[in-house]
Design a protein around this ligand. Structure first.
Ligand code: RUQ
Ligand code: CUA
Length: 865
């Protein structure tokens, strides 16, 4: 036991990178650079992205996981992956799709009764207030099975999936309007709105495109399907969209390709789709007034109902001056509204230009009804030239844009040229180009599409990295490249492979804007945010049987599952409600029953349910799947499934020898004594924490709360132990005392972490020399014999500089050449006492000096050790 507490962590205080580099630059750094073939620029780039352990990122990125149907979360500038959020695809770690509650969310995504277990995620979007990210909700679309999912940024879990009732595919979503009133989702491949067969030669008559405006409840974070509607559009293939903001708030912009309305037919000798769909020199930018349309949708006479969903027909939209078209160059892809809402930049994949439209010009044309004509569906067309601010030649294959805080500055990806262009959409001047890896698609700026772009970095989202990483077979990882844009020219810092689907879009937000919680209110169903019907508190665990339905109310807490045995009959329908009773923030438990294809992840305070039919006979261990504590392996139980119609022969009992009463008593006394000693250590830590005002530091106070959650469980166990001892059942009393010891270890574990954290906060700051000294002390192996604040296999070094006349010189001599002093009476005495000689660790003079600085720092903070 004592050993356990010796393990007080060493105090490596946050070293500043500058100090480390400068002190190491001449020797160590050069050596590493040479060995790894790094240039000075490489090292600077590394320093710009490196996060020492414990240091967190400035920005958090939510990236589409493409065909994986997930969302990937990572940090910038470190490019470290933090989480994969399960969205449209089952994900076992999070239990997503394997427990009843998450399965309900996943199944909201069924289409026409069919289960869908994947998604093609494209565009994540963060909810907005005044066009700025509020850090509350994340929406993402599925192109293949037109759906939108809502993720709660308080726990990074998917809470809702809605199916578009009329589209058959949808690409141009999800985009929040500037106060998150609506989420825009545009169709992609035109198809009939109804679910019937319509021959392709009736394409122009019965196939339709559209834009759905999903009403969003910003408080609850849910789409309100009943208050949502779709604007019917011609069967042009609608593509990306953006919502207006600032001066263009209330309007939406969606571009398109295939205004040719070509429908292919390779198999009947027609030229392929790609030829026919890119024939025209221009396609159409759709401009619509969603605010007005939302008002129109409230009145029956303005809508048609298809599949239970409101549609505003094109002629109604036109009649109310809410829908217009503007020609835009050849097969465009991205459309991006500037931070102030005045400029709308459209990039044509097959055009070398970016076209910058000006909202005030568009508005004027609309106001004065200056149309150059109408399309075949009667939608007024505005003149392209008169709507344009201007065009800029950027290069081959411009796709997507991002903004920076510099006025007029915009970044555009060039798919064919594999470049990023920095240019100015006001002056229409190209400023800089940077080569990136192949197949760039979207870019991700820091809040780069909000009304408040942060600049600093741009991420180039490249598809299928063929030569940048180890070959892992013909299917390549994707490549996210981080680019520094804080200088005059762009500088590519680092590549990050992502082994999931096509990256599409990503959005980045300042980390300080996110406030995820660390535990749930006890008994929460995390998917609904409400109290779970299966909530079970300690003492309420039970198994209820109703015919062939067996319901288990269970709890999980380090390190046991209650109950530990569940016996059912073959064919029983088993429901297991589980509540994780923990309050400590890292105490997630997982739960599975072997062979039954179920799994749950229970975060502290969460309740969830597993359900299955016990259709195979046998003995099935169930266990906690998250390494939650030293006794994690013991956190298990058995599901026993027996056939009620079978006769089972019982096995012969094995004879075991038992302890004598005297032996039992001795073990009991020993266990109690160990617990008393452990408690004394805990009390000393508690005293230290109190004496040093731990409650003034939030991080420490949180840890202390966690520790006392454990400690608070001890009296109940003690009572049981004492009762058993009194009743003469020492066997049982020992087991309860053991349980107390477990709780104490857990308390002490967190308590010591709290103490360590507190010491880091209140100790005096370390100079560079002290840091170097501590490092030399650690690397020289000094800690093997000397524990600061304790006599260990060598003397405690606290105060060592005061122990000798001319202490510093004495210590220096002793470190550098100890063997010369073995015969000095003081040293000789020590050698005899510890039965060990101080070895010569061949420290340099500089290292020795630094160690002495470190020893001085220890003396300054002696009260903390
Ligand atoms: S996409 S590479 Cu947004 Cu689906 Cu453009
Ligand atoms: Cu709980 Cu492992």
């Amino acid at each position: 036991m004592d050993n356990y507490f010796k393990k007080i962590p060493s105090f490596i205080l946050g070293m500043s990178l500058v100090a480390t580099v400068s002190s190491a630059s001449d020797g160590e750094l050069q050596k590493v650079m040479k060995a790894r073939g790094l240039t000075e620029n490489d090292v600077i780039r590394a320093a710009k992205t490196y996060n020492p352990t414990g240091v967190k990122d400035e920005f958090v990125v939510f990236s589409s996981g493409g065909q994986s149907g997930q969302v990937i979360v990572y940090g910038v500038p470190s490019m470290r992956i933090l989480k994969y959020i399960a969205v449209f695809t089952p994900e076992p770690w999070q239990g997503y799709g394997y427990d009843v509650d998450s399965l309900k969310v996943l199944r909201q995504g069924n289409i026409r009764g069919r289960e869908i277990n994947w998604g093609d995620t494209h565009h994540p979007a963060i909810s907005e207030k005044d066009g700025k990210y509020d850090g509350k909700w994340l929406a993402i679309n599925d192109k293949a099975n037109p759906r939108i999912a809502i993720i709660d940024l308080e726990d990074f879990e998917t809470k809702q999936i809605v199916v578009n009732p009329v589209f058959k595919s949808a690409h141009g979503g999800a985009f929040f309007t500037q106060n998150s009133e609506f989420i825009i989702e545009a169709a992609q491949y035109a198809a009939p709105f109804d679910n019937e067969y319509h021959p392709i030669d009736e394409y122009k008559e019965t196939y339709r495109g559209g834009v759905t405006l999903w009403k969003f409840d910003t408080k609850k974070g849910r789409i309100l399907e009943k208050d949502s509607f779709t604007l019917e559009l011609p069967p042009y293939m609608q593509d990306l969209s953006d919502s207006g903001k600032g001066v263009s708030d209330g309007w939406g912009f969606t571009n398109s390709f295939n205004t040719e309305m070509y429908t292919g037919g390779i198999e009947v000798g027609m030229p392929p789709n790609e030829a026919g769909m890119s024939r025209n020199d221009t396609d159409f930018l759709h401009v619509y007034n969603w605010k007005k349309l939302a008002e129109l949708a409230k009145h029956k006479e303005n809508v048609q109902i298809v599949n239970g969903h409101k549609i505003i027909p094109m002629d109604i939209a036109v009649k109310h001056d809410t829908l217009f078209l503007i020609p835009e160059p050849k097969s465009p892809h991205g459309v991006d509204v500037s931070p102030d809402g005045e400029y709308i930049t459209v990039c044509g994949k097959l055009d070398t230009h970016a076209s910058v439209f000006k909202w005030s010009k568009i508005q004027n044309l609309i106001k004065n009804k200056k149309y150059i004509g109408k399309d075949p569906y009667g939608i007024p067309i505005l003149d392209m030239k008169s709507s344009l601010h201007g065009q800029v030649e950027l290069g081959l294959g411009p796709l997507h844009n991002q903004y920076s805080p510099v006025d007029g500055e915009i970044y555009t990806s060039l798919y064919v040229d594999s470049q990023i262009v920095k240019w100015n959409y006001k002056t229409l001047k190209v400023l800089d180009k940077e080569n990136v890896h192949y197949n760039v698609g979207h870019l991700c700026g820091m809040e780069g599409k909000s009304a408040d772009p942060q600049g600093k970095y741009i991420i180039s989202l490249n598809k299928l990295a063929i030569d940048r990483f180890q070959n892992v077979g013909p299917l390549h990882p994707q490549n996210h490249q981080l680019i520094d844009i804080s200088g005059k020219t762009m500088d590519l810092l680092v590549d990050m492979p992502l082994p999931l689907g096509e990256p599409h879009q990503a959005v980045a937000i300042r980390a300080e804007k996110l406030h995820p919680h660390v535990r749930y209110t006890m008994g929460t169903n995390s998917k609904t945010g409400e109290q779970h019907i299966g909530k079970t508190l300690a003492g309420q665990e039970r198994i209820e049987r109703n015919g062939n339905k067996v319901t288990v109310y269970s709890t999980l807490v380090r390190s046991h599952i209650n109950p530990e045995r569940i016996t059912v009959n073959v064919g029983d329908e088993v429901t297991i409600h589980m509540t994780n009773l923990e309050r400590a923030q890292d105490e997630t438990h997982g739960f599975t029953v072997d062979h039954y294809d179920v799994h749950a992840s229970l975060e502290p305070g969460e309740t969830t349910t597993l359900q299955f039919t016990a259709d195979i006979e046998g003995v099935f261990p169930y266990y906690c799947t998250e390494f939650c504590s030293a006794l994690h392996l013991e956190m298990m139980g058995y599901l026993m499934v027996k056939d009620p119609n079978k006769k089972y022969v019982s096995a012969q009992k094995l004879k075991m020898s038992t302890m004598t009463p005297a032996e039992l008593k001795a073990e009991y006394d020993k266990t109690v004594a160990v617990n008393d000693a452990t408690d004394a250590v805990i009390q000393s830590v508690v005293k230290f924490l109190k004496d040093n005002h731990f409650d003034k530091h939030k991080v420490v106070a949180d840890l202390v709360t966690d520790a006392f959650d454990q400690y608070g469980q001890i009296p109940a166990q003690k009572k049981l132990a004492n009762e058993a001892a009194k009743a003469g059942d020492l066997e049982k009393a020992i087991l309860f005392e053991n349980m107390i010891w477990q709780l104490m270890v857990k308390t002490a574990d967190v308590g010591i972490r709290a103490k360590d954290a507190l010491v880091r906060l209140i100790a005096t700051k370390q100079s560079a020399a002290v840091q170097n000294g501590e490092r030399a002390f650690g690397e020289g192996g000094c800690g093997g014999c000397h524990v600061i604040g304790k006599v260990s296999s060598g003397p405690d070094l606290t105060g060592v500089l005061q122990r000798h006349e001319n202490g510093e010189q004495w210590v220096k001599n002793f470190i550098m050449k100890p063997e010369a002093m073995y015969e000095e009476p003081y040293v000789k005495g020590m050698i005899d006492y510890f039965n060990l000689k101080m070895p010569n660790q061949h420290m340099s003079e500089k290292e020795t000096k630094d160690i002495i600085e470190y020893l001085k720092w220890i003396d300054e903070n002696a009260n903390l050790f």
